[in-house]
Ligand binder design. Sequence first.
Ligand SMILES: Nc1ncnc2c1ncn2[C@@H]1O[C@H](COP(=O)(O)OP(=O)(O)OP(=O)(O)O)[C@@H](O)[C@H]1O
Ligand SMILES: [Mg+2]
Length: 437
Amino acid sequence: MSIPVVTVGDAEEDLVGGLERLHGPVSVVRRCSELTELLAACQGGLARAAVVAGGSEELAASLVDRLRAVGVAIVALADDPLEVTRLRGMGVLSAAPDVDPAVLAAKISEAVALLSGTGSVTQFRQDSGISDPGASNRIRMDEGADVPPASGTGQIIAVWGPAGSPGRTLVAINIAGELAAEGKSVLLVDADSYGASVAAMLGLLDETAGLAQACRLADQGILDSDALLRIATRVVTKGGTFRVLTGITRADRWTELRAAALSIVLEKSREIADVIVIDAGFCLEADEELSFDTVAPRRNAATLRSLELADTVFAIGAADPVGVPRLVRALSDLEHAVPNASPKVVLNKVRASVVGRSPERQLREAWDRYGPSLRIEAFLPADAGAGDAALLSGALLLEAAPESALRHSIAELVCARVQGKRRSSVFSSTARGRVKD
Ligand SMILES: Nc1ncnc2c1ncn2[C@@H]1O[C@H](COP(=O)(O)OP(=O)(O)OP(=O)(O)O)[C@@H](O)[C@H]1O
Ligand SMILES: [Mg+2]
C-alpha cells in the first residue's frame, strides 16, 4: 500500500516530482507551506509520514512528539552534520537534500515501520539508530551499528506518593545525599510540577528552574551531557557532592515539562550519573482521558513520564488514618496509569500518638487486612526535631541530625553499607531492572 506523505520546505518541488514518478511506494497527498500547516494536516489524519524538505531547524522535540502521537513518521532533509546529530537526538531520520527519490521513499517506509513498531520517543530513538549524512544516499539496514550506544547506565529512582505532604521531598533529597555519601555520582531532579521544593529544602537560592532549562534544550534537540552538567546545580554537603536539576518556580510553568523533552533529559541523565533521584509530583490523572485533544500538553506528564522511566519507584505514604487510605487509593491509580511500575511501599512519619502502641505492627496488620497485596517495604519514624533541624538550616539529615533514626531508615532504603546482609541494595544484581519484593 502506498504511504500517504505530506511535505514542507523549499526543496520540495524536485522532491515531490521525484517521489511521484516512482508511482508506488509513497504518494504525496499535500504540500504544505509551513510546519503548522503540516501539523494540522497530520492531525486531520491525512498522512502517515511527513517529509521536512527544508527548515528542519524549526523541528523541536515537542513537535516531533505531536506528529508521532498522531501516527506520523518524519524524515528531514539536512546535510549539516550538527543538524543531523540534532535530528538524530530527537529520533528523526534524515537524508541528504539531494537524495535519490527511491532512496528517500525507502527511508520514509523505514521511518513508518519504526514508528508503528514502537510508539514511545525513547524507544524510537533507541531502536532507530537513525541515519548519518554520508549514509543517506543508500539504505542500510544496520544503521544502528554506526551510532554509539548510550554509554550511560544510571538508574532512576522515583520518589512518589499521594497528596497531603507524606514526605516525598524529604525522602528524595536524603536518598540523594546518602547515595552521594556512599560515593555514587547522583543527580537529583525536582519534577514536582505542583509544588517544587527541592531547592528550598536544600537551602539553595535558586530561581533557575534547571529542569525546565534542560527540557528546553532537549526540545530543541541540543541537550548533551555537557549542557546538562552545566545546568545542574552542584550541592556540596558534609557527606558528599551531588547535582540538582531544580524544579519550576511556579506551578503554572508546568507546560515547560513536556513528556518528550523530559524523556530526553532523563535518558541523558543516565549518562552523567550513577543514580538519578526524582522528586515526583503526586497527581496521576491522565488529562487526555478527559479531553479529545490528544496532542495538548499533559498536566501530569512530568510525573507520569518519571514513573514510566523509573527503575525503582518508592511510594511514600503518611502513616496515619488519612495518609494510609490515600496511599492505598493512589497505588491503585498507579497500577492503572503506569502498569509496569512495581512500587516499594514506604510509610513515613510513623508514630504511636496517631496509630496507637506498637505502630509498625498495627500498621502492618491494617495493611494486610485492607491494603493491596504489595508488602510494606519500610517504616520511617516521625521525627519532628530532625525534620525541623534540617529544614531550618536547609540541610540534609546527615548534616542536621546525623544520628537520627529517620536518617538511618532513609539510608537503609538504598545504601548497601547500611542494609548490610539483611537485603540487597537497589544497585545489586537487579540493577537496571525493577527491584522486586
Ligand atoms: N519522618 C518525618 N518526621 C517528621 N517530619 C517529617 C517527616 N517526613 C517529612 N516531614 C516533614 O513534613 C513536611 C512535608 O514533607 P515534604 O515536603 O518532604 O513532603 P512532600 O510529600 O514532598 O510534600 P509536598 O506535597 O509539599 O510536595 C516537611 O515539613 C518535612 O520536614
Ligand atoms: Mg514535595
